[in-house]
Ligand binder design. Structure first.
Ligand SMILES: Cc1cc2nc3c(=O)[nH]c(=O)nc-3n(C[C@H](O)[C@H](O)[C@H](O)COP(=O)(O)OP(=O)(O)OC[C@H]3O[C@@H](n4cnc5c(N)ncnc54)[C@H](O)[C@@H]3O)c2cc1C
Length: 462
């Protein structure tokens, strides 16, 4: 590497860190910058929350199981890594989604007619949704997802529909999350069209143009993680936990690993959960660290359960179900993996993933695997009836869970980014800041790469 190369460290090799590192290096080449990159990952494998187990004909995901994207950075990344031939699209027959409400499954409405037959809501509540175009107004301040939804579709639909969705996506509480931070597209719909119904109709054409689909890789998310890790090569250091970060006399940073070794970098990208990011920043900028520490999250548990098809009284239909707030079923939802991607279970078998935890379940960390599995089997039994035991089970947990974009999140993010800009050469990446979905992390990696190179003087032509 030539003298004068910009030394960039990316901390954390979850999808956020891997894609940020990939984008930083690519943009360096495009912009003509010389770069020396190092990715430090505390664990012994890349991927963080993403992990795939392929065993005996089953493909089991421990984190996200799919992307929902169209044209854009994710498609470009897949093409650059040469992975298009390994992409698989969700079976369209698995589009139907259910909600567990009042002790049973109900098909979630997909159009106004099906809403009229949606019995978890009162008749008045259903008509209130239909009246949305006449009552909708724009507001110019942030509000909770629940308050936003209640203004548009009424309090009952806000509780049943949005309350359930927020549990499914964030393991969160719609009364606490900020609509501007957690679902910015909803605010855009309101800003552009006032009414969500009108926005939905107007947006159809745009959605067709974006061609968003649900897809993954035949052998799961590991395909992407392995390709990104291969592409980074010996730049990726596994089992290297960042322990301390200090200012360097030359205006850069000295980064010390847990084993005491240290290196100097010009720029550092913290693609870490907010707590370890805060620990590293505590001495440099206590205020930024306090803001990061204040980003809440709830633990998530996952039990994957495989049955012979005949072991369930009713065949599980569609994509899966989410559990409405207030139900006495201690899980967030169940995904029917073998419906969405039929090759993920052997012929004649069903693979289900039961997700539990979230902000309402801080006790999850205290539950052992047997308890998680027992809750999962209970949920499956109440939904479809279990008549014979499962043939395989896998149980795991993500202690740091999913970050919650609560009210005030965007202001907090602006403050943190302002502090880091003043320090110079420091950036945050990953799911705690600008989007939790895997597609959003790939988009965000481009933003992070731009921010890194924006601080570096353009190279002069030789
Ligand atoms: C059960 C579950 C289901 C999900 N389903 C979906 C879905 O269907 N669709 C979707 O879009 N998203 C889904 N998600 C969310 C998505 O998987 C995550 O948002 C994403 O994988 C997070 O990636 P990340 O890089 O931000 O963080 P992480 O994956 O947490 O990566 C952070 C990395 O930092 C490392 N690290 C921590 N401290 C240090 C340190 N001091 N030094 C060095 N390294 C360190 C960790 O070991 C880890 O590898 C799901 C998440 C879960 C848990």
């Amino acid at each position: 590497m030539s003298v004068g190369a910009w030394r960039v460290a990316v901390l954390g090799a979850g999808l956020g860190g891997l894609t940020a590192a990939h984008a930083i290096r690519r943009r360096a080449h495009e912009l003509g910058h010389a770069v020396e990159l190092a990715v430090w990952e505390a664990g012994d494998r890349p991927g963080g929350q993403l992990r795939t187990t392929v065993e005996d004909g089953y493909v089991v995901e421990w984190g996200a199981n799919a992307f929902r994207t169209g044209v854009g950075p994710t498609a470009d990344l897949v093409a650059r890594l040469g992975l298009q031939d390994q992409q698989v699209h969700a079976d369209p027959a698995a589009n139907r989604r259910y909600v567990f409400h009042g002790g049973q499954l109900h098909l979630l409405p997909s159009d106004p007619m099906s809403l009229l037959n949606f019995t978890p809501m009162s008749v008045a509540g259903r008509f209130r949704v239909m009246a949305e175009p006449f009552l909708a107004e724009r507001v110019d301040h942030d509000e909770s997802v629940h308050d936003y939804a209640a203004r548009h579709i009424g309090p009952e639909a806000a509780e049943v529909l949005l309350g359930t969705m927020v549990r499914g996506v964030y393991g969160g509480d719609a009364h606490l999350l900020s609509v501007d931070a957690a679902f910015p597209v909803m605010r855009e719909m309101e800003r552009d069209h006032r009414s969500l119904v009108i926005a939905g109709l107007a947006g159809m054409k745009e959605r067709m143009r974006e061609r968003k689909t649900t897809w993954s890789f035949r052998e799961g998310m590991n395909v992407l993680l392995d390709a990104l890790a291969d592409d980074l090569g010996d730049v990726l250091h596994l089992g290297r936990r960042a322990h301390a970060l200090a200012r360097d006399a030359a205006g850069g940073y000295r980064l010390t690993a847990e084993d005491g070794s240290s290196e100097r970098f010009d720029a550092v990208v913290l693609a870490l959960p907010p707590r370890p990011a805060a620990d590293l920043l505590a001495a440099l900028d206590p205020e930024a660290a306090a803001d990061l520490r204040a980003i809440p999250s709830g633990p998530i548990g996952m039990a994957a359960v495989a049955f012979e098809r005949s072991a369930l009284r009713e065949a599980p239909d569609g994509f899966g179900f989410l559990v409405a707030p207030g139900e006495d079923l201690p899980v967030l939802g169940v995904l029917i993996e073998s419906n969405v991607f039929p090759h993920r279970a052997p012929e004649g078998h069903v693979l289900l993933r039961v997700i539990q935890g979230g902000v309402a379940r801080p006790d999850l960390d205290d539950l052992n695997d047997e308890a998680l599995l027992s809750a999962a089997l209970d949920a499956i039994d109440r939904a479809w009836g279990v008549v014979a035991p499962p043939v395989r089970t896998w149980v795991g947990r993500q202690e740091r869970g999913i970050p919650q974009y609560v009210l005030g999140h965007l202001e907090r993010l602006v403050r943190v980014e302002g502090h880091l800009r003043r320090l110079g050469g420091l950036h945050v990446a990953g799911n705690a800041y600008r989007g939790i979905a895997v597609g959003k992390l790939v988009d965000d990696a481009e933003h992070v790469a731009e921010a890194v190179w924006a601080e570096v003087p353009a190279p002069t032509a030789a």
